[in-house]
Each structure stands twice: as C-alpha cells, then as structure tokens.
Design a protein around this ligand. Structure first.
Ligand code: HXC
Length: 518
C-alpha cells in the first residue's frame, strides 16, 4: 500500500468512527428510546446527497474530571450545510450519544461557525437540539459557549430565518437558544424543554412533577406557547420543518419562493355567501373560510393548540406566500386575550421581518375583560399586537367578516394602523361595541326610570343602534374600509389586492431600535 493509499484508508476509517458518535451501544440506546440519531435526522431533513459536513474531527479540550481520556471526533454535534428543496440551509444537530449532547466550548465553536456562515450567506439556520445543557465538566467555558450562541441568535434575528427542532430532553442553556429563534418544534413523548429537570424542582420546591408535565410537547404547545409545533414523531416533525421553510424567504432581503398553482386565482366559492349565521351570537368555523380562500385549501398552522381563539399560519394565494391571521368565533367567540395577543404579535412580526404579506380575517367581539386578564397585563400584551400591526410595512390586506368592535377593531389591522386594503363583507358590524352593551350604557337612566317599559325601550333602542352600526356602511361611507365585497369573491379580491401591493415600500423613522411593549 502506498503512503497515499494508507493516508486515504486512515481518513475513511476516521470518518467512519466519527459517524458512530458515542458508539454503537449508545446509538442502540437512542433507538430504544424511540429517538433517531443526529445524522439520521439530518438525512431526513436535507435533500438526498446534499449534506456537506464541517468540523468532523473537532474534539473537546477539557481536562477536568478525567475528560482528557474521553474523546469523540465531532464532540457531540454534527454541523454543516445542505439543501432543502434545492435551497441552501446551514444546520447543526446535537448528538445525544456523546455526553448527552451537552454543550462544550468546542461544540459551541462548531455551532457558532455554521451560524456565522449562515448569516454571511443569507441562508436559514436550523438547529436540531437533543442536549442536557451546559457540559458540567467544562464549567464557565460551557456557559461562555452558550452566550456566544445566544448572541448570534440575537444578531441573526430578523435577518435569516432560524428554526429549532427539539428532539430529546433539552435542559438549561439548551432551551434558551430555541427560545431566541423564530420557530420551535417539539416531538410528543420524546422531547422536553425545561430550565431544570424534575429532580431539581423536587429538591427546591418539593414539587413532584414528571418530565412530561414539566416540559413536554403538550405543555409547551398548548399552555406556555414556547413551542409553535408539536409533532407525533420525529419524521413528521422534520417534514413540518421542511414545509415551513417553503413559505419563508432565505433572508430579510428576499421574497419567499412562488409556487405555481392550478387553483384559479378568480375561483369563487358560493359557500362563503352562506357561512355567517343569522344569529350574531352563533359561531362558525374560521378554518373553513381560510380553507376556501387559499391555494388548494393548504394551510400550515402555527401554534395550533395555543390560544385557539386566534388562528395564525402560512398559506399561498395565487402561488405567493402569505401570513394569515384570523379570529376564531368558535373559541371564546374569537375574543382577544393575553395569549391570543402574544401569539398574533409574534407571528405578525415574523411575517413583517421576512417580507411575507399579511392577510387578516376579522370577527372579533372585543378584548376579554376581568381581573385575571388585567392582573396578567392584558393591556401590555394587547398592545403587542397593536404595535406589531402598526409597525408592519409588508402588504396588509384585511377582510372584516362580522364583528369588529372597539379596541379589537383597531388592533386587527385597521386602516389607520397603515392597513393597505380593508374590505368588509355585508355582514360586518364595525362599531365601538355590540348593540346590547351600547344600549345598556347609553340608556341606563331611561331603562331604570321606567322599569315597566324597560324591555320595550331596550328593543327599540337596540333596533336603532343595529340599523345604524351593525353593518359595514358607516365605515365604508367614511373610507375606513375600501369596499364592501361579496363573500364568495374573497379569494379573488385578496389576490388582486396583493398584486396591487406587490411593489409596496414603506419606511419607519430612523431610530436605534423600537421599544415594543414587552
Ligand atoms: C455532562 C451530561 C449532561 C451535562 C447529561 N450528560 N447531561 N454530561 N453535562 N449537562 C451525560 C450523562 O452523564 C450520561 O453520560 C449521558 O449524558 C446521558 O445522560 P442520561 O442522564 O443517562 O440520560 P437521560 O436519562 O435520558 O436524561 C437526560 C437528561 C439528564 C434529562 C438531560 O441527563 C439531565 O438531567 N442532565 C442534566 C440537565 C441539566 O440540569 N442541565 C443544566 C445544565 S446548566 P454517560 O457517560 O453515562 O452516557 C445550563 C446552564 C446554561 O445549561 C444556562 C444558560 C442560560
């Protein structure tokens, strides 16, 4: 064997060893837990044969607690570059088979390298997390490594899309980087996110809690809102990450890819002319409106299980990516509350940062009143959604289907928050409040003064109010909405509006940065 052949043989052997991470036994244990390895995940995520790995031979430099005797090429994370549907992405996947995917200083250097490359190249960065947090043996070096990653997450925010998959138990620092990224996806039953696990919770608070109850996918996708997606399996989760990326541009200077569709742009749907019930207190399902107006009925919902009184997600209209925000009359009558406002605001800001036009479908009776909401700062949280819409400069097309009352009318992309084109259905009711509330306030004295005829007075005044305000024409007469449209034409009208707005450019006054009400 020549020297060259021997060198190549050694390279092949070393690569093969590195690909085994923590070794066959630990890979087997990972599979036993129903989890894939870092490399298996990447091969599902990326287009076949597109992955180029970096830093395969990097090893940690720790000498504490006998660590100098334990070296694995790659040091617990697989990093590199590949394509998804032919578009470049930078990736890292933590390898739980090496020290539980815990973060060493060298692991952080590998991750920072791909983050820097992604930012320079203007391409998305996707992290697949499966990590016990800071590598305990490395002490402050591991903490410094996390801080390096967080700083890059912050600098890249709003410049390139950053997606996080949670594919195992993620603790400590391993949860803060995902929290700084745009979207977090968890897998049911195998992934967890917590600052610290059940054992520490028990010792500090005496509270007995399982991993699932503390930080499972159910908790974070439905209760805390930390996770935007909860997948049934790793395979489904990875497919969702691929699909999500298809709606998003490579960076903040580009537009999302257009996807040709056979769904006619001028398709009308007579069903929409019938969807609003005669009784204003009766609900209908906003999902069927969304399904009717978007290309092929396809809608990728974000935060599906969290604050279900508002719906947000991505779709295409005539091939162009749009962000849909819609009140859901079927849940809490579509009222805005703390969580709905947070959910909506985060989504609106993402779309605005990445040039994705916003389509808003309004049927909102108001903000949820009461002590629980006030103590939880519904004022500050509601202001987030208001702020997000008011600062957004992407094309904003709004359709009011039915109720649009008071503060919630303003918040949901009204004209004066720089809404570009605002339509209303003939069923729209745009007013300070609903008829019952208004009559009770305006005629309280009259109703009290004449209890015998109170019901009669109430009905008469209510009719006057309904005739005046429970329609879209007050707003239309004043130009606060641009047109009253037939519901069945909604798809066509939105698509045409988006076309009119294709070249929209709008700036904000110069400032260091804004001061969003956090
Ligand atoms: C070093 C670690 C480790 C860590 C796990 N391992 N976490 N090694 N540092 N942080 C090692 C284990 O010793 C074990 O090594 C292997 O990884 C697998 O771990 P297991 O415990 O056997 O696996 P499992 O039962 O699945 O439990 C996983 C786990 C648990 C829930 C993640 O390991 C755990 O609770 N780890 C500590 C989590 C934690 O509190 N992290 C916070 C760090 S502080 P062997 O050799 O036996 O295979 C932090 C601060 C940053 O991150 C804050 C920034 C804001």
């Amino acid at each position: 064997m020549s020297i060259q052949q021997d060198n190549i043989k050694k390279l092949v052997e070393r690569r093969a060893a590195a690909r085994l991470g923590g070794g066959a036994k630990r890979i087997e244990a990972q599979h036993q837990k129903g989890k894939l390895t870092a490399r298996e995940r990447l091969s599902l995520l990326l287009d076949k044969g597109s992955f180029e790995e970096f830093d395969m031979f990097v090893q940690h430099r720790c000498t504490n607690f006998g660590m100098e005797k334990q070296h694995f090429d790659g040091d617990g994370v697989v990093t590199g570059c590949g394509t998804i549907d032919g578009r470049i992405v930078y990736v890292y996947a933590q390898d739980f088979t090496v020290s539980g995917g815990s973060l060493s200083k060298t692991m952080s250097e590998k991750i920072c390298k791909v983050m820097d490359m992604a930012l320079r190249a203007g391409a998305p960065c996707i992290g697949l997390n499966d990590s016990g947090g800071a590598r305990i043996q490395e002490g402050i070096d591991a903490l410094a490594g996390y801080a390096e990653i967080f700083e890059r997450n912050i600098l890249a925010s709003g410049v390139i899309p950053q997606l996080s998959g949670i594919f195992g138990p993620c603790a400590g620092g391993a949860v803060y980087s995902p929290a700084l990224t745009d979207f977090t996806l968890m897998v049911k039953n195998t992934s967890y996110m917590f600052l610290t696990g059940p054992a520490v919770v028990k010792s500090v608070l005496g509270e007995e809690v399982s991993q699932e109850e503390l930080g499972g996918a159910g908790v974070h996708s439905a209760k805390s809102g930390v996770a935007h997606f909860a997948a049934e399996s790793e395979q489904e989760g990875i497919a969702t990450l691929r699909e999500l990326l298809s709606y998003i541009p490579q960076n903040n200077r580009e537009e999302a890819p257009e996807v040709p569709t056979s769904d006619p742009y001028n398709r009308v749907d007579d069903f929409l002319n019938e969807i609003i019930p005669d009784n204003p207190n009766q609900a209908y399902d906003m999902y069927s409106v969304i399904g009717s107006i978007v290309d092929d009925g396809r809608f990728l919902e974000v935060h599906r299980d969290f604050a279900r009184n508002i719906i947000v997600g991505f779709a295409r209209m005539n091939g162009r990516s749009v962000g849909i925000v819609a009140n859901q009359p079927k849940v809490l009558a579509g009222v805005l509350d703390i969580n709905a406002s947070r959910k909506g605001a985060r989504f609106v800001r993402f779309c605005d940062a990445f040039n994705i036009p916003l389509v808003t479908l309004v049927d909102v009776p108001g903000f949820l009143p009461g002590t629980q909401q006030e103590y939880g700062a519904v004022i500050t949280n509601g202001a987030k959604l208001l702020y997000a819409y008011g600062e957004a400069t992407v094309p904003k097309v709004t359709v009011t289907l039915r109720k649009s009352y008071g503060g919630s009318h303003i918040v949901m992309s009204c004209k004066q928050l720089r809404g570009d084109i605002n339509y209303a259905w003939p069923s729209a009711e745009i007013a300070v409040m609903g008829a019952d509330g208004a009559v009770n306030v305006l005629y309280a004295k009259d109703l009290k003064a004449d209890p015998e005829h109170a019901a009669e007075i109430f009905e008469q005044k209510k009719k006057e109010y309904v005739d005046l305000f429970s329609n879209p024409y007050q707003a239309a007469q004043k130009g606060y909405i641009d047109d009253v449209i037939e519901p069945r034409n909604t798809r066509f009208r939105i698509i045409r509006a988006l076309e009119q707005l294709r070249g929209k450019r709008q700036d904000a006054p110069a400032r260091k940065h804004d001061n969003l009400p956090l």
